[in-house]
Design a protein around this ligand. Structure first.
Ligand code: ATP
Ligand code: MG
Length: 337
């Protein structure tokens, strides 16, 4: 069985953008494929500590897992949830791959360049995390890793490291993940979903944006979220049209409406096309978002910490077994075992 692997950092609470653009598509993909694929969902907590954590990391980790469950993730014997830091093989293989990767290729990573820019003393983790990410993937022979475009370079790095390792030892020790072009095809999206900042719709909604009214958080009170939608920036054109360049604010509202009500975007666009009262659209989207949050938060409240720990115990037993077996192969190749 082929493996699909995915994770989301839990450094802070998540936004509606994270939910609609990353969490929900992943849950749908997992539910759709869980009888033909192995699905690994993990919390990359070792990746969390390369930057600041907002709040209590432990609590954030458990909450992230609850988000997946509240979003409708269906569990069966092919779906596993685990925490990266509870599988020591990730760090071990990271070191081995460090000795396979070159400074040249690792220094070229755009994420590293961006994240280290302007930082007087950048920690080594920021530089090294693509290698840890390669270990996250290669330990499980994962072929499909649904990710945003910003991570494509890291997939290519992972592929190169796997091929180099296999070539060096003349054995197919690691499964090479499919190319990013094939990843995109597998995800079934032509271009990714990008929810916009409510106040500055030319930008995407980001959890690290300081302005509260720019973003909707998954734990916002539904009435508060509705108010944020009502105060979203639009434009002075006065006609509702889906045009991300010309009318990003209005287009963002149409996109949100489609996603939270699970309606095809084309239908939502057709319903509102040519109408002139922005207030009516805002009111409808505000209602839809607050309804979605009410349901989501009620689901979230039903999931106990005990349930999460139970699932983690199972998932980590599985993950340690698979990862340790792969690590041993890599250690043997080098003569470490
Ligand atoms: P930060 O401000 O810390 O970068 P972020 O909100 O951009 O936070 P990330 O941790 O960078 O979130 O990304 C987590 C996941 O959410 C990624 O898969 C990313 O593609 C997705 N994502 C982030 N923002 C949006 C958005 N506005 N619309 C759709 N998907 C998004
Ligand atoms: Mg981001």
């Amino acid at each position: 069985m082929k493996t699909i692997l995915t994770g989301i950092r839990s450094n802070s609470a998540l936004t509606l953008g994270n939910y609609l653009g990353a969490l929900l598509p992943m849950v749908r993909l997992a539910n759709k494929h869980s009888d033909e694929y192995q699905i690994n969902i993990f919390v990359p907590d070792l990746h969390s500590i390369i930057s600041d954590v907002d709040g209590d990391l432990q609590k954030n980790i458990i909450r992230t897992i609850k988000y997946y469950l509240a979003a409708g993730l269906k569990l069966n014997e092919n779906v596993h949830i685990y925490r990266q830091s509870h599988i020591p093989a990730h760090s071990e293989l990271c070191w081995i791959l460090d000795c396979v990767a070159t400074m040249g290729e690792t220094s070229r990573m755009i994420q590293y360049k961006e994240k280290s820019k302007g930082q007087e003393s950048c920690n080594v983790g920021i530089f090294n995390y693509p290698i840890l990410m390669a270990a996250d993937i290669l330990l499980y022979d994962a072929e499909y890793i649904p990710l945003g475009e910003d991570q494509f370079q890291h997939i290519e790095l992972t592929r190169n490291l796997a091929m180099r390792f296999n070539h060096r030892f003349g054995a197919e020790i690691f499964t090479v993940p499919v190319s990013t072009a094939e990843q995109v095809k597998f995800m079934g999206v032509s271009d990714g979903i990008r929810i916009r900042d409510l106040l500055n719709p030319e930008k995407k909604m980001s959890k690290s944006t300081v302005a509260e009214n720019s973003k909707i958080m998954l734990d916002d009170e539904p009435a508060k979220a509705a108010k944020k939608i009502m105060s979203a920036t639009t434009d002075s054109i006065g006609k509702i049209k889906f045009d991300m360049w010309g009318q990003p604010g209005i287009s963002n509202l149409l996109q949100i409406e489609a996603l939270v009500t699970d309606a095809p975007l084309q239908d939502v666009i057709a319903t509102w096309a040519g109408q002139t009262r922005y207030g009516d659209l805002k009111k409808k989207v505000a209602e839809s978002v607050s309804e979605m949050l009410t349901i989501f938060q009620a689901e979230l409240a039903k999931i106990s910490d005990e349930r999460v720990y139970e699932l983690l115990e199972d998932g980590e037993e599985y993950a340690n077994r698979v990862a340790n077996a792969k690590l041993l192969e890599a250690q043997r190749a080098f003569g470490l075992r």
